[in-house]
Design a binder for this molecule. Structure first.
Ligand code: MTE
Length: 416
């Protein structure tokens, strides 16, 4: 049944796995050691509420979410299959509830509030349909989306500090090319005034209900300065219309900030001449704990520096030969300009070769040779520094919800 907001239905169950295609080999990588043959492609993992197939060799299901596997960036021979942008089929999904199916023809974006000329109300908002948005000047940007909880499992795994919430390893991140209209353009077209302070995008997904509390639809206020700076109201991802799981027909893309800012399936934008609040900038996505103010820190904004190897945890590598290790590093604050790698528990570090000109709108890909002589268990570490001098520390400062784990991650491998 179509509602006024154009929401057609709850999501359809995930369809069975397609065998993922392999892109052309791009370069030599860390070749797996001889050993037991990899298990045949398993059926799609099923995550209630996610529409797209989730082949087990690309994703790890995590509650209502799906984490991209870092070994899905390379094929079985170690050749790159993901370039600067992650294909939509392999992009991680973070849903508080479930993906709504929204009819793009009847969908309307509704703007109202005291920060717009004439103060339109929620009952009589300024409206745009998708075609009207497409008629506004369009922009294409590259940007990462990364969950604030990405890396959360390492608070327990590396620091002995268990935290609740989705136990992401490092796959709650992806980079894509986004096309849409600058939020500034939409706000101005709707009659933005100089009095506006906050913008509140509201998602059309089902209400978020936990422990008997209904927090309402997913929504998080955005300060007007950021909204007017570089935020995009996107309707395309990697050159195609947005797919249901990633926010169709339109979502925000808020570069450099925690993923919760990039509200999917936007139905309305309240523009107010006073600060706005929702559970997503008061209860959630703030830092609480002994090293933070008693009432909690400021609402989270910029992402921290992180690095990941394009390898499975526990990958097996052959002794006595050279391996090319590949990875990526990124930061919400600035381009990553230096990456160092250690294979001896952090005692010695070598500079990795950067494969990208450091850029603020994405990750920096890198590679380094490693020749382990003796069989055994090793831990690989990568540590990145961005252009503002932010470097990954040995330990992340604990916070109760396990947000922003930016410490160096120990990546286990077995040399045989
Ligand atoms: N928007 C809505 N409406 N509902 C959500 O659950 N999740 C947020 C954000 N936008 C969410 C949302 C979070 S926490 C993240 S990390 C990103 O969407 C994930 O975007 P993706 O699923 O396209 O990767």
């Amino acid at each position: 049944m179509a509602t006024a907001a154009g929401v057609l239905a709850a999501p359809v169950p995930a369809v069975p796995a397609l065998t993922p295609g392999r892109a052309a080999a791009a370069e030599e990588g860390a070749t797996p050691a001889p050993g037991p043959a990899p298990a045949p492609a398993a059926a799609s993992s099923s995550v209630p509420g996610i529409v797209k197939p989730l082949p087990a060799e690309w994703f790890v299901p995590r509650g209502t979410n799906a984490e991209t596997r870092w070994d899905a960036f390379r094929d079985a021979d170690g050749d790159a299959v993901v370039g600067r942008h992650v294909p939509v089929e392999r992009f991680f999904v973070r849903n508080h509830t479930s993906t709504p199916l929204i009819d793009p023809d009847t969908w309307r974006l509704r703007l109202f509030g005291s920060g717009l000329r004439g103060g339109p109300t929620a009952e009589h908002p300024v409206e745009f349909g998708l075609e009207e948005l497409r008629e506004l000047p369009s922009t294409r940007i590259s940007a990462l989306i990364e969950c604030a909880g990405n890396g959360r499992s390492y608070y327990a795994g590396q620091q002995g500090q268990p935290v609740p919430g989705t136990p992401w390893t490092l796959g709650g991140v992806g980079s894509a090319s986004w096309r849409g209209v600058r939020l500034a353009e939409v706000l101005r077209a709707a009659g933005l005034t100089g009095a506006a302070v906050d913008v509140l995008p509201v998602g059309l997904d089902p209400d978020y209900v936990v422990g008997g509390t209904n927090y309402g639809p997913v929504r998080r206020p955005l300060p007007i300065a950021k909204a007017l700076d570089d935020v995009l109201l996107a309707y395309e991802m990697n050159g195609e219309p947005l797919t249901p799981d990633h926010g169709a027909p339109a979502r925000l893309v808020v570069p450099g900030w925690v993923g919760i800012a990039s509200i999917k399936w936007v139905g309305s934008l309240e523009v107010a001449d006073r600060p706005l609040y929702s559970p997503w900038n008061t209860d959630f996505y703030r830092m609480f704990g002994p090293d933070y103010p008693p009432g909690g820190g400021e609402p989270l904004t910029t992402q921290v520096v992180k690095s990941a190897f394009e390898l499975a945890a526990g990958a097996r590598l052959a002794a006595g030969r050279r391996h090319r290790l590949h990875g990526r590093s990124w930061s919400g604050a600035a381009a990553v300009r230096r990456v160092e790698v250690s294979a001896d528990g952090g005692r010695t570090w070598r500079r990795a070769d950067l494969r990208d000109e450091p850029r603020a709108d994405g990750w920096t890909r890198w590679g380094i040779d490693w020749r382990p002589e003796r069989p055994g268990r090793y831990e690989l570490r990568a540590r990145a520094t961005d252009r503002r001098g932010n470097t990954q520390p040995e330990r992340a400062v604990f916070n109760r919800e396990g947000y922003l784990f930016g410490a160096v991650v120990a990546h286990p491998v077995t040399v045989v």
